[in-house]
Design a protein around this ligand. Structure first.
Ligand SMILES: [Zn+2]
Length: 341
C-alpha cells in the first residue's frame, strides 16, 4: 500500500508516567522502564545500517479518541475518580491522578504508533506538528496491550483497550486506506475485551491464541480462538500458530495488524501455565512479523502480560520477563532491517 517506506522502527514509551503501588502489589511496574532502557542501550547504539529505531514519549489519548470505543460516562467517571471501590479492585490498580495519566498514555502511545504506520505524512496526518515523512511498516508501543477492557468496564490491569481505540481511530482517520484490521493477540490470556468490542464490527477481526486452562474471567468469542493445552511447549504452540495465522491473514486481507506480544506464555511466567522458552517466543514473534512483512501489511506492536515470580527487579526471574519483552521489539527491528523493501 505504500510506495516508499523507511526501514525504521518508531517506538513509544510511557514509563515516565509512574504509579506508586502499595508494597506487595503484584504488578511489575518497573519492567516498562527496564525494557525501554534495555532497548535504548541495545538498539540506539548501533549504526551503519543496523536497527534504526526512534524513541518518543507516548502522548496521552484524547477524549474523542477514547470515545470511539468506550462509553463517555465511563471515561468521565474514571477521569474524575468516581469509580466504585469494586471497579478499582477489578481493574487492580488504586485510582490516582497519576494512574489516569498512565492509562491515557497507555492508549495514546498505541494510537501514536498506529499513526506512524498509517499516516502518509503528506495529506492525512491531522496531528499538529506531524512529521512529513513516508511511514514505517512496523511501529511499537513499549506498553499497551490492555485487552481485558470493555466499553464500560475494565479488569485485569486494563481500564481502556489501547488496541481497540487505535483500531477505531485508524478506521476513522484513514478511511481510504485502512478498511480491514486484524488483531493478533498472543498473550497467554484470551483477549476477551477486544473480542466483545469488535463482535459486531466486521472491519476488525480478532484472533487470540491462549491457554485453555487460563481464562482471565469469562470466555468470550473472538473471530478465531485457539486454545493451547496447559503446559504446552514451543513445538505444540508454534505448530498451532503457523497452521492458522498465515492462512487467516490471507483470508482477512487486513490493511493493518495489531500484535499483542504478551510474554506470559513463557515458562518463567507466574500466571502463564504454558512452557514456552525464550527462543520459542522469539520464533512466535518472527512468525507474526514474517507473515506481515511478506504481505506488506503495516503492523503495530504492543506489550502484554509478563509476570515474574520474583517481583524484585534485580532478580533472575524478573530479568527473564524483561528480556522476552525486549525481544518483541528487537526481533521486529532485526526483521525490517534485513528485509529488502
Ligand atoms: Zn496475560
Amino acid at each position: 500500500m505504500h510506495s516508499r517506506l523507511r526501514p525504521e522502527l518508531p517506538l513509544f514509551y510511557n514509563d515516565v508516567y509512574r504509579v506508586d503501588l502499595p508494597d506487595g502489589h503484584r504488578f511489575p511496574m518497573e519492567k516498562y522502564r527496564l525494557v525501554r532502557e534495555g532497548l535504548q542501550g541495545e538498539l540506539l547504539g548501533r549504526v551503519n545500517g543496523i536497527p534504526a529505531v526512534s524513541f518518543a514519549v507516548s502522548p496521552t489519548a484524547s477524549l474523542d479518541d477514547l470515545c470511539t470505543t468506550h462509553d463517555k460516562g465511563y471515561v468521565e467517571r474514571y477521569f474524575e475518580g468516581r469509580f466504585t471501590n469494586r471497579e478499582n479492585r477489578t481493574v487492580g490498580f488504586p485510582w490516582s491522578e497519576a494512574s489516569v495519566k498512565r492509562s491515557l498514555s497507555s492508549v495514546g502511545g498505541t494510537v501514536a504508533a498506529m499513526h506512524a504506520v498509517c499516516a502518509d505524512g503528506e495529506l492525512r496526518d491531522r496531528r499538529p506538528g506531524a512529521r512529513r515523512t513516508p511511514p514505517s511498516l512496523f511501529s511499537g508501543h513499549i506498553a499497551g496491550g490492555t485487552h481485558h477492557a470493555f466499553s464500560d468496564r475494565g479488569e485485569g490491569f486494563c481500564v481502556f483497550s489501547d488496541i481497540a481505540v487505535a483500531a477505531n481511530v485508524a478506521l476513522r482517520d484513514y478511511p481510504e486506506t485502512i478498511r480491514q484490521i486484524l488483531i493478533v493477540d498472543c498473550d497467554v490470556h484470551q483477549g476477551n475485551g477486544n473480542a466483545v468490542l469488535f463482535k459486531s464490527k466486521p472491519e476488525v477481526s480478532t484472533f487470540s491464541i491462549h491457554c485453555k486452562a487460563n481464562y482471565f474471567s469469562e470466555k468470550e468469542d473472538s473471530d478465531v480462538d485457539i486454545e493451547v493445552e496447559e503446559g504446552a511447549g514451543d513445538e505444540e504452540y508454534l505448530s498451532l500458530l503457523s497452521e492458522r495465522l498465515p492462512s487467516l491473514v490471507d483470508h482477512v486481507r487486513p490493511d493493518l495488524i495489531f500484535y499483542q506480544g504478551g510474554v506470559d506464555p513463557l515458562e518463567h511466567d507466574r500466571l502463564g501455565r504454558l512452557s514456552l522458552t525464550r527462543e520459542g517466543l522469539r520464533l512466535r514473534n518472527r512468525l507474526v512479523y514474517d507473515t506481515a512483512l511478506a504481505r506488506g501489511i503495516p503492523t503495530v506492536l504492543t506489550m502484554g502480560g509478563g509476570y515474574p515470580k520474583d517481583l524484585d527487579p534485580a532478580s533472575e526471574d524478573f530479568g527473564h520477563i524483561v528480556r522476552s519483552h525486549r525481544d518483541v521489539y528487537e526481533d521486529a527491528a532485526a526483521c525490517i532491517n534485513t528485509s529488502a523493501f
